[in-house]
Design a protein around this ligand. Sequence first.
Ligand SMILES: [Zn+2]
Length: 324
Amino acid sequence: MGIVKKLLLKYSKVTTVKLNANITPYYHIVSNENVSHIQHLYSYKNINQFEEDLIYLQEHYQVISPDKIVDEFHLKHQKKCILSFDDGLVENYTIILPLLEKYKIKAVFFINPSFIDNKVFLNKHLKSILIEELLKIPHNHIVWNKIKFSKSENLKNQVLKYELSNNQIFDLFDVIEFDFKEYLQERPIYMNKNQIQELIDKGHFIGGHTMTHPYLNNLNEDEQFAEITDSILWIKQYFKVDYNLFSFPYSDNYASKNLIKRLENWDKNMIIFGNSSYKKDVSKNIVQRFSAEKPIAPLKNIISTELIYMYYTKLVGKFKVKRK
Ligand SMILES: [Zn+2]
């Protein structure tokens, strides 16, 4: 979050904006616990905070399903909402699904097929666990030497910055005698196929989020296209859904105009979700979202912050998404 947005969020309680725009909040996780594989990456709402968001949503917005996006969502000032969740974390099923059922709200869940069933892992999730475990043994010099830490710098920043492959992290787990298998048995990180099927059976939507959640800027355009379309095809084949939904991992900043065009040629009805907040994009098939995950702010404050920020971007000429 940039400085301008942080400031706006601070004063969002006292600002009054007409909240009649369509909204697109997204989250990754909701939990009352310190989730080891997430807690050193970003903060998230607890169940009460999330439930307050849902109550606010239900009272003030009409949550629509993605098949209506193209027809309905781009009509301005309809107070429509599309709610979505990225990364396919197990809490989507254990915590979020029951709450959505309680308030009769339908959502879109974006998943990475490679992670389903907890055999392949997002590097950042493993890093967060490593940080948590290393913090418990701050004077372990064997680990220090192995990953060449300087003791002066903050451990968390170093681990996040340092390039460590998943296999290197597993080796370090062995060194510090951390039993990752046992960790997974107690708490799987991602949803399994049955849980995802239940989301679909209960009327929710599933979309692709690439196969392996790569940084798209590290891939060439053909590789980007394959990561994206493979994830959608996998979902179609396995869960027999008849729509194509996709959300960009990390950021949509690196998606070129040409990539978007190729995706639209591949399927003209495909809906592509970004996370650049309120911005004008190159195609009406792109839905830009904003994160509602910050636990310090109720959804209402986040919406007004995003809307005021939109006016700011218009003022300074940053309203249009720049695509190469
Ligand atoms: Zn993601």
